[in-house]
Design a binder for this molecule. Sequence first.
Ligand code: XLS
Ligand code: NI
Ligand code: NI
Length: 438
Amino acid sequence: MSNEYFKGISKIQFEGAESDNPLAYRFYDETRVVGNKTMKEWLKFAVAYWHSFCANGGDPFGEPTQSFAWNTKSDAVDRAKDKADAAFEFISKLNVPYYCFHDVDVVDYTNDINENDRRLQALTAHLKQHQDASGIKLLWGTANLFSNKRYMNGAATNPNFHVLAHGGAQVKAALDATVALGGENYVFWGGREGYMSLLNTNMKREKAHLAKFLHLAKDYARSIGFKGNFFIEPKPCEPSKHQYDYDCETVIGFLREHDLLNDFKINIEVNHATLAGHTFQHELQVAADAGVLGSMDANRGDYQNGWDTDQFPNNINELVEAMLVLVEAGGLAGGGINFDAKIRRNSTDPKDIFYAHIGGIDTFAKALILADKILANSEYKALRTKRYSSFDGGAGADFENGKLSLTDLRQYAIDNGEPDMISGQQEYLENLINRYVL
Ligand code: XLS
Ligand code: NI
Ligand code: NI
């Protein structure tokens, strides 16, 4: 390694629950078997290149607060190689198996497509060397089709075909890079695929263009040997007022309508779920029920405001409920848990980014252990099953099997009089979860 960027920090080790070392894992023991898989296999943690190595703390009200030691050279490719060295030093020290990137996180882009391709290819070769040396793998790649000003009205849904074509050029290069790096999945977050005002928008046409664009990307990727999953990442708003990939139900309907369900699954982000007025666990369950629970972008929002704050997760109750869904679903289809999360603008010590990831990883690990115990040892599942037992036999089963008419329902209601009041037992169940958490 040429330079050491995170000096004084060595590899983060599992030390157990009693440890008071802030730079150690207390619960994440990658080799520990939970149910039928190791923690490493269940969780497949990934570091997000953009938040950890690019986001500089600048916000609409103030200048950057982070100064990155790897961001000094004048040549874009040289500078990007230093950033990659820092990224792999960090990911290796954190001891997680994966990372994720957008094309423009890896190297700065210009308005010259050939030059961009040259730069990304140079960095692909460099990243490949790091991957081979460290064993760290690419969970997913993606293209940033929202930052450049040409995408102000969207990329695949832009009313101007010329802009859409530029989006195509970028996605092609990002797919090439992802495949060359053995990326296991490829993500489409809508970015500005949505609209600000219906007064100037033909929604039907824009959504048809998006579907066509996704088909072209999928066909190209398959033609160059990509065997992984494509993921759509839903988000209801921000940056567009109306985003076409609002939430999981919306995305599933879109994929079904446009014949994309065989190749696409969903990458669910916590803070996007809450912006859509759902809980994270709701979105996970919707995806799991449809067989499209692909991957997660782990973070949390802020209870007091309404935008994507991308904070590191630390709420054990929220994550236990999420892990209950994950474990019952048998895991993620191809994806993992990517920390689409950033430290706060005023967290400026190099160690802060370690604390952030360690806290998130440990909370997930503990939540996984607890969810597995709750499912294996408590009456949690049995209570839910029992709640539906009236459909397990007799007229309820006949209804489920399509054997009853509406008139039959009426006759059953008359014959059986007023139903009993049956408690939903929510408080009992919340206490049951806390029996394991507390
Ligand atoms: C933004 C999204 C973005 C995607 C990748 O809100 O979460 O970071 O995960 O393009
Ligand atoms: Ni995300
Ligand atoms: Ni987000």
